[in-house]
Ligand binder design. Structure first.
Ligand code: NAD
Length: 297
């Protein structure tokens, strides 16, 4: 069993760390919020006094932080960067959703420090984190990918190697941009059909079985009552917050500019999600963007 330092015990990080503990790994945890550390300790993790404490002597470090600036500070340019602390041959796994450029800068610094780095953002939300069924989208060398696979297997079901360092973040941005387009398109179609008097459940089933079929219709219908377990049927609570979709679409827009890759559909979806957030719905599940259409008249 490996010695693992886990940094960032938020909505995603805490259940991920607990799955590592359950699998028998020796897990030292750190977060700025003490109650999060206490929860992990109650489940069998060891409390570390700092990120440095969690990383010292670790075979692997997993970070699950809000954004690129936090990841950069942790590994590169904070008071005590972890790349000055990790033992030679250790592997840093960053599962935060951040910009690919930061992941690449952190990856280059890892090489210089004699440690390995994998960017491994996740898909699957808090439910997937708790169930250990996340998808990990990894960027890094094939050799380092093979080394982290057994650790990621404990927290996830589908572990993908997207390519070189940063490729995991690029895959995540592409996927979530497509998801935003599928969800807003599905909302538009369902809202128009409902205004014409069609039963949303019937229309959903028709489109699901036809050429408009997609993930939102299959497992995440945005109309309340159509799918019992979808966030729409629970007041749009839980699921994947609009705030996070807006964050991910910002990363996708930055990428499209850097690459000169046009994303007109993604830009439209971003505008819709930004408007939805500005109306005060940032903490609702992202399928609640349906209300933006339904409230239009
Ligand atoms: P969160 O805000 O709940 O958790 C982040 C945690 O990091 C907090 O507990 C915070 O105290 C801690 N933290 C911040 N700076 C720190 C530091 N310097 N040292 C130690 N701890 C620090 O966020 P989350 O929902 O767990 O998301 C984490 C990451 O995963 C984000 O990048 C997010 O975009 C991504 N993500 C989230 C979801 C989701 O459904 N919540 C899904 C996929 C990806």
């Amino acid at each position: 069993m490996a010695r693992i330092g886990f940094i960032g015990l938020g909505n995603m990080g805490l259940p991920m760390a607990l799955n590592l503990v359950k699998a028998g790994h020796d897990v030292a945890v750190f977060d700025l919020v003490e109650s999060a550390i206490a929860e992990a300790v109650a489940a069998g993790a060891q409390a570390a006094p700092s990120a440095v404490g969690a990383a010292t002597d670790a075979d692997f470090v997993v970070s699950m932080l809000p954004a690129g600036e936090h990841v950069r500070a942790l590994y590169l340019d904070g008071d005590t960067p972890l790349f000055g602390v990790l033992k030679s041959g250790a592997v840093a796994i960053d599962s935060s959703t951040i910009d690919a450029a930061t992941a690449q800068a952190v990856g280059a610094a890892a090489v210089a420090a004699g440690v390995a780095f994998i960017d491994a953002p996740v898909s699957g939300g808090t439910a997937g984190a708790a169930a250990g069924t996340l998808s990990f989208l990894c960027g890094g060398s094939a050799e380092d990918f093979a080394r982290v696979q057994p650790v990621l297997d404990v927290m996830g079901k589908n572990i993908f190697h997207a390519g070189a360092t940063g490729a995991g973040q690029i895959a995540k941005a592409c996927n979530n941009m497509l998801l935003s387009v599928l969800m807003t398109g599905t909302c538009e179609a369902l809202n128009m059909g409902a205004k014409a008097g069609l039963d949303p459940a019937v229309l959903s089933e028709i489109m699901r079985q036809s050429s408009g079929g997609n993930w939102a219709l299959n497992v995440y219908n945005p109309v309340p009552g159509v799918m019992e377990n979808a966030p729409a049927s629970k007041g749009y609570a839980g699921g994947f917050m609009t705030d996070l979709m807006v964050k991910d679409l910002g990363l996708a827009m930055d990428l499209s500019q850097q690459l000169n890759a046009p994303v007109p559909m993604g830009s439209q979806a971003r505008a819709l999600y930004s408007m939805h957030k500005a109306k005060g719905h940032g903490r609702l599940d992202f399928s609640s963007v349906l209300t933006l259409y339904a409230d239009a008249d």
